[in-house]
Design a protein around this ligand. Structure first.
Ligand SMILES: Cc1ncc(COP(=O)(O)O)c(C=O)c1O
Length: 387
């Protein structure tokens, strides 16, 4: 591709945007969660969205089409731009924020790194024990910050006047525990601390208070069912303005295609100043997945995913929970046994982690339960104890 000579051409060629993106219904046509299951083609029972989400058929096809276009020399940068534009708008609709307050990049840790870089020396960051390292390492790697770690259940109570930022996952990757977000936001406000919420394990199935936190980061490849390589950072105008655009390249320019050569610095005036140049095929694949979520609606996805998770819990003799991720202690070799029967789950923090999303059916849950019979061991936690 010729960046220099193709500006006008690229704009013209935006006309050739793949049908999967261009022809998406606007506003979305409603779809019920059970019917949405038909959009997925797992080989067996897939209970592993907490590791990576399955693409709905349209998303998979759009990404493959983009890759075929690349092989044929027909990929256009206009196509990538349009995919990012639509993904940003769709994500905004999902969390209730305008696109001007959403940046697009590749990974959670990159955006968290910008937040870490923005903090003054000796700032105190409060985190939860055992949280995902893409949320922790950028703060730990920045010399001079004080990182205080407490159990998730005590994080709201641990906010005091010394804390500058609370950085926590809305839903824990390791075991699906849901943070007490209202309590935490209230405590942070009372003490003048900012909140950075990592919603990677939440947005897509759990309504999140995006308009009440200072910053929210969300990877696209799990519950948003995109390919690896898409991530969103949303925030208040004030919090975003304080982030240094130290990863800025041509894609962070006020007019992207007028920002490819030469000084002076001319960054976008909104959250786009934090964008990184997109992995084109990934963003093309992200759009139809976000469209499917918009069609089903977060409330319906939430009800669907929780119903499956609680069916699973009931089958194991556990009380109902509030998470689409269920983590249980199991006998050694259980994940392998499940995999041999095409039931896909993960082992995290020494426990079996099962995740339930639009790509999961009741039959999938029952199949997993059959195989798990007699293999769940007594756990240490209160919610491990069968009733
Ligand atoms: C809470 C959370 N944040 C972030 C990530 C991924 O981070 P990154 O995009 O830096 O790979 C994961 C992946 O499991 C996660 O569970």
């Amino acid at each position: 591709m010729c960046y220099g000579c193709g500006v006008a051409e690229d704009r013209d060629m935006a006309d050739t945007i793949s049908a999967a993106i261009r022809d998406a219904p606007e506003p979305p046509e409603p779809l019920d969660a059970r019917t949405a299951r038909r959009e997925f083609a797992p080989r067996g029972a897939f209970l592993n969205t907490a590791s990576y989400g399955l693409p709905p058929r349209g998303a998979h096809e759009a990404m493959l089409a983009a890759e075929r276009d690349r092989a044929a020399g027909l990929l256009t940068t206009g196509m990538g731009d349009e995919a990012v534009r639509r993904a940003r708008a769709l994500f905004g609709r999902l969390v209730g924020l305008p696109p001007e307050r959403i940046a697009c990049g590749p990974q959670v840790s990159y955006f968290v790194g910008l937040v870490a870089a923005s903090l003054p020396a000796r700032a105190t960051v409060l985190v939860a024990d055992g949280d995902f390292t893409s949320l922790l390492f950028p703060f730990l790697a920045r010399p001079g910050l004080v990182v205080r770690s407490v159990p998730l259940e005590r994080i709201a109570g641990a906010v005091d006047g010394d804390v500058d930022l609370v950085a926590v996952s809305a839903v824990q990757s390791a075991d699906g525990r849901v943070a007490a977000m209202d309590e935490l936001i209230g405590a942070a406000r009372a003490h003048g601390a900012r909140v950075l919420l990592d919603a990677t394990q939440a947005v897509g199935w759990l309504p999140v208070p995006a308009d009440r936190v200072d910053l929210l980061v969300c990877g696209g490849y799990k519950w948003l069912m995109g390919p690896r390589g898409t991530c969103f950072l949303a925030g208040t105008a004030e919090a975003l303005a304080e982030l240094p655009a130290i990863g800025a390249g041509w894609y962070a320019g006020a007019d992207v295609w007028d920002s490819i050569y030469g000084a002076p610095l001319r960054l976008a005036g909104d959250a786009r100043r934090l964008d990184l140049s997109p992995a084109w095929q990934s963003w093309v694949g992200q759009v139809p997945a976000l469209e499917l979520l918009a069609r089903v609606g977060v409330a319906a996805v939430h009800a669907h995913d929780l119903a499956l998770a609680n069916r699973f819990r009931a089958g194991l003799g556990l009380p109902p929970g509030d998470s689409a991720i269920v983590s249980v202690p199991v006998a050694e070799g259980t994940a392998e046994l499940l995999a041999a029967h095409e039931v896909i789950a993960a082992v995290r923090a020494g426990r079996l982690r099962c995740a339930f999303h639009l790509s999961t059916s009741e039959q999938d849950v029952d199949r997993a339960l059959e195989l798990l019979s007699g293999r769940v061991t007594a756990g240490a936690r209160r919610d491990d104890q069968p009733r």
